[in-house]
Design a protein around this ligand. Structure first.
Ligand code: ZN
Ligand code: FE
Length: 255
């Protein structure tokens, strides 16, 4: 089956993602931060929005839901933990619930840390995961509501997906993440190679996403917080991965 995936920039660094199934004519938007930008992307491809899959409640991911629903009558999914704070949702879902995009199935994975109600959407048949602001390429989301332990567990869940799973996320932050990552993991050859690739892609005006679960496990310091070299680089030799992740997140916030 061939889904068409279209990424586009919203504002300075939000990544819009549209998923189109030519067989059914259905189109899903992952998050809905800006209705105008999403409408423009839909119009450009002559697609009609049928579904919206919300990852978390932040404004840059939900502000466009009302207008898009009004125009397209799209069916909206969001986390049941956010029922009190995300309006215009048709179906609230928990971990393990099924999200159907026509005949294509997504599994809901709860990934708290950035926010309490953050969820990712995993599609085994298409080998895809949408990780919102939990997992970025070479980084992870800030801990606005959750703890470092929750983020470590969430990244661990995503890390259990097959290595070849294609990862799409909520922001094009890769270049800034790369600069931080190489400072804490300078001898990682896979990371050094990825940074060269990221610099080339950005210089060409191309997105650095999708990445893969396997590539992130090899290069992303937040997924590699259990590696002794990363703990040592943070001055935390022998510390738990949760403490190392907390220190990485603190240091990145100040970078
Ligand atoms: Zn966010
Ligand atoms: Fe965001």
């Amino acid at each position: 089956m061939a889904l068409i995936i279209k990424q586009f920039l919203i504002g300075s660094d939000n990544l819009g993602v549209l998923l189109h199934n030519p067989e059914t004519g259905m189109t899903a938007s992952i998050d809905a931060g800006d209705a105008g930008a999403i409408e423009a992307a839909l119009t450009e491809s002559n697609w009609k929005l049928t579904h919206i899959l919300i990852t978390h409640h932040h404004d840059d991911h939900v502000a466009g839901i009302e207008r898009l629903k009004e125009r397209y009558h799209a069916y909206v999914y969001a986390s049941a933990l956010d029922e009190h704070r995300i309006p215009f949702v048709d179906e609230f879902v928990f971990e393990g619930d099924e999200v159907w995009f026509g005949d294509i199935l997504f599994d809901v994975i709860e990934t708290p840390g950035h926010t309490n109600g953050h969820i990712a959407y995993y599609c085994q048949q298409e080998n895809l995961v949408f990780t919102g602001d939990t997992l970025f390429s070479l980084g992870c989301g800030r801990l606005f509501e959750g703890t470092a332990a929750e983020m470590w567990a969430s990244l661990g869940k995503l890390g259990f997906l097959p290595d070849e799973t294609q990862v799409y996320c909520g922001h094009e932050y890769t270049l800034a993440n790369a600069r931080f990552a190489v400072g804490v993991d300078p001898e990682n050859a896979a990371l050094v190679a990825r940074i060269a690739e990221v610099e080339t892609l950005r210089a060409q005006g191309t997105f650095t996403l999708p990445t893969t679960i396997g590539a992130e496990k090899a290069t992303n310091p937040f997924m590699r917080a259990a590696q002794p070299k990363i703990a040592a680089a943070m001055g935390l030799a022998g510390a738990s991965p949760v403490d190392v992740l907390a220190a990485l997140r603190e240091a990145k916030n100040k970078a």
